[in-house]
Design a protein. Sequence first.
Length: 390
Amino acid sequence: MRPITVGHTIWSLSDGGMERGLLNVVNRADETGFRHVILCLGEAGPLASRVSASSCRVVELRKRSGNDVMLPFRIAAWARRLHVDILHARGWPTLVETAVAGYAARIPRTVYGFHGKTAAELGRKSARRRLAEMTIPRLYDAIVTLTDSMKADLTRTCRLDAARVRVIPNGVDGEVFRPIDRRAELRAEFGLPRDVLILGTVGRLDPVKNHGVIIRALARLRARGTDAFLLLIGEGPERPRLEREIRESGLAGQVRLFGHTDRVRDVLNCLDIYVQASLYEGFSNTVLEAMACGLPVVATRTGGTVDLLRDGHEGYLFEPDDDPALTALLLELRHRDRRREMGRSGRRRAMEDFPLVKMVHGYERLYRELGPRAATARPPEPSRRLGHSA
């Protein structure tokens, strides 16, 4: 009996929640029972260097621009070469190509993971996209999503039987993401103001993250006499527009675009309040990480966030474009005792309901259910850390 080999198709290992969730599954795998392969449709991306599982192979398929009709067959070729037993498509960009590849390579089992939507996917969809949503998921042996709200969204959009969709929530490592009693020292190290209410958010600078509503709320706060500072952690295409909005709002000295960092835990421990303003979130790893760090969270009432954050307990919920409501909630959290009370509740909920080990075991349970055909005499190809398509 060799380990079950799971091939994950993903656009790239960029710095996002879905990508970091995949790394957690791969790096914490039971290597006696599972071997993982990551097939990146584009380039590997910056998180590829964080793959620590010795048996994991990362492959760059380098999708050609436009409609790359040969991409499914390159996926199939690598899946056959690496003896994949289960092919797991992660996100809409991999849905169609992985289904075709699984059929072409005669992969025993396939899984589709629905992790959320981009800003473009929230708008009007083409007839071709709607047809794909109605038909392609049915070709998979199993379908996974992250919360009950996302399951309802997926079954409604794709007209699926709810019994076919399994919910496996993301998890957080409470030993890594935890409160650190060095706030003043960390603020000084990062060049942040010491005695000011600091708001912050972590995420790609992308339209779906809706950072503008936080900037407008900050302007309202300051107009109400509250000395506050905003930290935007992440990089992305919205940076020029956000820089312009910050200047036009007269907030150049009160907002810092921090960029990408590998020290998310330490930066979170500089904050007083975590704000998530997304137009849509699947299951926000960063909200969960903020909760694990003992921060109160103010987040939009959208996607899977409503299953993660209980309004009035770990923080507050608001509508995505309602900056007056966001301002009012932030004013409620000026009081340190209220922040501490919600932060303790958030830490407790993260540790009890969303431990990382629970997520990893959930996926491994699914793979075991799907993978009885993994027993084979074929030895896996010796691992090399990075491969390229021909």
